[in-house]
Every structure is written in structure tokens, then in C-alpha cells.
Design a protein around this ligand. Sequence first.
Ligand code: GTR
Length: 334
Amino acid sequence: MEKKMKILGIVIIVAIIGAIVIKNVTTEQKAKTITLKLAENHPADYPTSMGDKEFARLVAEKSGGRITIEVFTGAQLGDERSVIEQLKIGGIDFARVSMSPMSAFAPQLNALQMPYLYRDAEHEWKVLKGEIGDEILSSLDSKGFVGLTYYESGARNFYTTKKEVRTLADMKGLKIRVQESPLMMDLVKSLGAIPTPMPYGDVYSAMKTGIVDGAENNYPSYDSAAHFEVAKYYVIDEHNRVPEIVVASKKTMDKLSKEDQAIIREAAKESTEYQIEQWKSYEQKSEDKVKKAGSVITTLSAEEKQKFMDAMKPMYDKLPEDQKALVQRIRAVK
Ligand code: GTR
């Protein structure tokens, strides 16, 4: 009897110790599980959103499911400007934003989105994937951000609600919505038009109600934000190529281990190829869709295009010396 009691006692003690060990292990595992938020202002099926989701998938895979990145699409976490402000204070962990609003916080980014800077997309990607692209990503550290990677965004074109733009003279006096970026304001002013900065989400109704006469963007945004429904004249002037950028809050990154930081950096870079593929097919679909819907697509004559280019040359002269040097290096990339 006494022996039985002893055995029972041992069993109970072992069971208690076992339970304590298991509890500690699960708490430890739980403590290591990290959930982070990413802000995206496009709808869920837009190429940048697809890139973000691929980034999140790769982070989950590389961390063995320990790090989860929740992607909030459709500007659920706010417009681009406020998202960038949130990143600075660590309220949001990641964002995919256009370089235009970002350059209001980090002016060195202006050099990468100057009008008629790149010969084509291939030139742009040689720059972004090369030394200059890396230098620019690293330079964001001093501004409270960690630059992770770039995404494709094509070329931006003007579109208007009332009349077709065929010449530089047609731009005169038009009220054009721009992103909240000094560079974009300057660009529109250089063409004789009147820039009106406002968040992306307000553009459709601003065009519909006549607050502005038009806006500018690539085919996918013109399509997915339904801008083509209210502004049917689209002129291919390709005034600039503005890379998309995936950034992290420096506050968030500083809290993570070196290993986790490396996982995040690697996953972001890897997601770029996938995003570029998504971009290509979406861009074509958007072009086809807006044409079918009745958009009038105008191509500038070579002579008029030259006038657009000449009008923006003074913007280069105004650049600070360090950015002028960067522009020269970009142009020299073959
Ligand atoms: C798009 C870009 C968005 C936003 C938008 C805009 O091309 O992807 O992030 O910046 O333009 O014009 O506001």
C-alpha cells in the first residue's frame, strides 16, 4: 500500500514538473511570435498589394511562421502622408508608398524621380538594383526609416476631364491634382498648369465635382481608382517614372534581432521580382480596359514632347549640388 502511494506521489510530481515545463516552452514560443502591420493604399489585387503579400509570405516562410506581417490594403491605415508619419513614430511597422510623398520626408529621393530622367524601365531598374539604389535605401536610416526594396510603377501621364491635351500650350491654367510632394508641384507648375496637392483617395470626387481639371498617374492607378470614368482624356507624355518603395519603421526594426532584420530585408528584396511580373500583366489589362471604356489616348508628337522636356529642364538647375551629382551618376548608368 505504502509502495503504491509512493509511486502515485512520484507520478504526481512528474506530472506537475511536466506541466510547468510545457507551459514555459509555450510561453517562450508565444513571446517569440511577432505580428507586424504593413500599410498599402491600393486595392488587394493591385500589383503593389500582390508584392506586399509576397513579402509577407516570404517573411513567414523564412521565419518558420514566427513573424506574421498583416497587409492592410485600400488605405485602411490612412493616406500615404499620414502612414509615413506613423512609420516615423513606430505606429505602423511597414508601408509600400510612392517615392513622391516619401520625398517630402527624405528629399534625397527627388533625384530618383526627376522628369525624363530614365531612358526606359530597363535603365530605371539598373539604377534601383545597383549601387545607387542601395545607397538611397540606406540613406533613409537617418530619417527614421529603413528602406527595404523598390517596386515597379511604370511611367506617369496626365489625364483631364474636359479637353484633350495635345500640346504644351493645352496644359496652361489646368488645375491638376498632384501627390503631396514639392517635386510634383514644381513639375506641374513648369508646364504652366496649377498643382493641387491632395490625398489619392480624394482625387476621383475632386475630378468629378470639378475641383480639379485632371490628375496624373500610370495606367493601373488610372484604372483601379476609376479615374478613367471621370477623366477620359489620357495623354502619354511619360513625364516621370516614380518608383514605389517598401519601407520599415526604424523604431520597429531596432526592436528586432539581427537575424529577424536580415529575414525581413531578404524577403523584401526577393518580393520585387514577383511584383514586377504582376505589374506587367496588370498594366496591359488596365490599358485594354480603359480603351474599351472609351478613354481617348493621345500620344504627343515628337515636337511637343520635346517642349514638355524643355519646360522641365529648369528643375534640374534648381537641384542641390548633391542631388545634381546623383542625377549625373544615374544618367551615366548604361
Ligand atoms: C500611385 C501610387 C500610390 C499613390 C498614387 C497617387 O501610382 O502607387 O501609392 O501615390 O499614385 O497619385 O497618390
